[in-house]
Design a protein around this ligand. Structure first.
Ligand code: GUN
Length: 284
């Protein structure tokens, strides 16, 4: 039977509508408008599009957005100074420094300079630690989006075999922790994994986050699995995921397409994290 296609555009739109409602209530109750500062260094075209989409999403849910576009030759000290100023601003509840940064800047130094309570990306080690011990405040946006897609497509978690291919700090590792927190049995695979197909075939939930076009072939997917494709690979064929969608669809129960699957979710979860940051900023 052909798989159900998980519509990330629709789920993202539903979540943004929920955040907009919660934001209207929050503003009415507290007289505070959530604010997100987005910092862009340089002129990378893809980053410019992402930043514009973030500004549009802020307007849609009722947030203030503050954009800081700095020239590509900006130095680390100058960027750290801006981050410090944003840390101190009461009208800025979330800070996002768009990655990648130019090579003269140490990205980790900048990300670690963000006040963890404004770190809506969830990349600061304090927030990574909170995630590890199950005290998550800001789950990283793409992994959080994956969890919402799984939940809203009726995927069962407790006792499920969740297999993640890819061990990045931004997707693979954090999504493993979120799945573990939902009582999945979690396996993280990577380039040195022995007999990868035998591991992936056993997955009830299969998350592909490697950045290799169509690496997950049909024979690597077990019958009835839920398949989440995090790949965004620009090829001659256009945008292609890490999963061979046509072949995997014949085996899976449900599957995300590329584009229109995980991609649109990241921004919705960023909006949710920013509202959370504003809520946490209120005096107790
Ligand atoms: N660049 C690509 N994805 C991301 C993300 O999730 N956060 C930030 N800050 N930059 C990115």
């Amino acid at each position: 039977m052909a798989a159900t296609i998980i519509d990330g555009k629709q789920v993202s739109s539903d979540i943004r509508a929920e955040v907009a409602q919660d934001t209207a209530r929050f503003k009415e109750q507290h007289g505070v408008t959530p604010g997100l500062a987005v910092v862009l260094v340089g002129e990378d075209p893809a980053s410019q599009v992402y930043v514009r989409n973030k500004e549009n999403a802020c307007a849609e849910v009722g947030f203030n957005s503050f954009k800081f576009a700095l020239p590509g030759e900006t130095g680390e000290e100058e960027l750290l100074k801006l981050v410090d100023e944003l840390n101190d601003r009461a009208d800025v509840h979330g800070i996002l420094v768009q990655l990648p940064l130019p090579e003269q800047i140490d990205s980790n130094k900048v990300l670690y300079g963000i006040n963890p309570d404004k770190d809506v990306d969830g990349f600061h080690p304090v927030n990574v630690g909170r995630l590890v011990i199950g005290e998550t405040i800001f789950p990283p946006c793409t992994p959080a989006g994956i969890m919402e897609l799984l939940k809203r497509s009726g995927t069962g978690f407790t006792g499920a075999n969740a297999v993640i291919v890819g061990r990045s700090n931004i997707v693979g590792k954090p999504v493993a922790l979120l799945l573990l927190a939902e009582n999945c049995t979690v396996t993280i695979c990577h380039s040195r994994t022995k007999d990868l197909p035998s591991v992936t075939r056993d997955a009830d939930i299969l998350v592909a986050a490697v950045g290799v076009p169509k690496m997950i072939t049909g024979d690597m997917v077990g019958e009835g699995a839920t398949v989440i494709d995090v790949g965004v690979n620009r090829t001659d064929e256009g945008l292609v995921g890490d999963v061979d969608f046509a072949a995997a669809s014949e085996k899976a129960r449900a599957i995300t397409p590329v584009p229109g699957g995980v991609g649109p979710m990241t921004i919705a979860m960023l909006m949710r994290n920013t509202l959370r940051a504003a809520e946490l900023s209120l005096p107790v």
